[in-house]
Design a protein around this ligand. Structure first.
Ligand SMILES: Cc1cc2nc3c(=O)[nH]c(=O)nc-3n(C[C@H](O)[C@H](O)[C@H](O)COP(=O)(O)OP(=O)(O)OC[C@H]3O[C@@H](n4cnc5c(N)ncnc54)[C@H](O)[C@@H]3O)c2cc1C
Ligand code: FES
Length: 295
């Protein structure tokens, strides 16, 4: 494994983007659901520093098509026998160029990663943290659930943990075959509720139905963290507004550099007094206050 620390200072943007570039071999690579793969790589520095909601840019070493890396959220972090951070896992769904190519690689093949990137989810205390995930949007939720319930620690310096009394994952997929990592989530969360569009598992309908039902019966302080297709995040944002529940969304805006240079990843974010400005999802995000996103 080769690893290099990189720091970019910018006068215009106050974001020294400090990231680790790692060239390493795939340690484990397996199909965990329909078209969905879990890849684990040994990368101690990434594992030591990454917090829930952050992501890595990933490329296949020595391959120039696609040339540009793709952002993948940290799914899990693994420690060695002495408890030191050792490896990270990502989970991805085969969609286009990069994910198709990556799925054809096996343990021992070389990949390049840089990160950890982005801001991560907030650690504000709450009685009930409701995670809402659609499609492959469940990927940043596993570490978030574990940190919120005090089951795992992340970051350097270590982030606060145990900031939620209860964590519910509401997870929506097209069909049962696409549900990925259910056993992991059942271990990490207090409760997992599933919705499938075809009714093949759990509630027959949308993940937003699950969220509405929880909020309708809740009488405690709640917060929502959401990731998935944009229309679903917009719908969740609307529901959170109706119930006056704080909501964070993790945007999946396509990215090129991942480190704040190219501006391919900008999203419209509300500023003071009704104005909006572009912000980089890779630096100021990917996690934003849902109320501030111009959908
Ligand atoms: C912060 C962040 C975290 C992410 N985490 C994950 C993750 O954990 N797992 C995962 O599978 N993917 C994740 N993604 C999306 C991922 O970066 C790739 O965009 C996706 O895997 C498709 O790459 P591809 O090369 O296979 O498809 P491409 O060949 O790039 O595109 C295939 C099709 O998908 C569309 N598309 C590409 N990217 C996106 C996007 N971001 N949103 C909507 N449509 C898109 C294209 O327009 C095209 O129609 C994340 C994105 C961001 C920004
Ligand atoms: S991806 Fe280049 S600035 Fe965000």
């Amino acid at each position: 494994m080769n690893s290099m620390n990189v720091e970019l200072e910018s006068k215009e943007f106050p974001c020294p983007t400090r990231f680790e570039f790692v060239s390493t071999c795939i340690a484990l690579h397996r199909c965990i659901a329909e078209d969905t793969w879990r890849m684990t790589v040994e990368a101690p520095e990434l594992a030591r520093r990454a917090v829930p909601g952050q992501f890595f840019m990933v490329r296949i070493a020595g391959q120039n098509d696609p040339l540009i890396g793709r952002a993948l959220a940290m799914y899990d972090m693994h420690r060695d026998k002495s408890g030191q951070p050792l490896a990270v896992s990502v989970v991805y769904t085969v969609k286009g160029k990069f994910t198709t190519a990556l799925s054809q690689h096996v343990a021992g093949d070389r990949v390049e990663l840089w990160g950890p990137l982005g801001n991560g989810f907030s650690t504000q205390p709450t009685d009930h943290l409701i995670l809402v995930a659609g499609g492959v949007g469940q990927t940043p939720m596993l570490t978030l659930a574990a940190a919120a319930l005090g089951k795992a620690q992340f970051g350097d310096p270590v982030q606060p943990t145990g900031y939620a009394k209860r964590v519910t994952l509401c997870y929506g997929a097209r069909t049962k075959a696409y549900l990925a990592g259910l056993a992991d989530f059942e271990k990490a969360c207090t409760e997992v509720r599933i919705a499938t569009e075809d009714g093949s598992f759990g509630h027959h309908g949308r993940v937003t139905d699950l969220l509405k039902a929880i909020l309708a019966e809740s009488n405690v302080d709640c917060r929502i963290a959401c990731c998935g297709p944009e229309p679903m995040m917009e719908a969740v944002s609307e529901i959170s507004k109706v119930h006056a529940v704080p909501c964070e969304v993790s945007l999946e805006t396509p990215m090129a550099c991942g480190i704040g240079i190219c501006f391919t990843c900008v999203a419209k974010i509300k500023q003071m007094e009704g104005q909006w400005d572009y912000q980089r999802t890779c630096v100021e995000g990917p996690v934003f206050d849902a109320e501030k996103v111009v959908w």
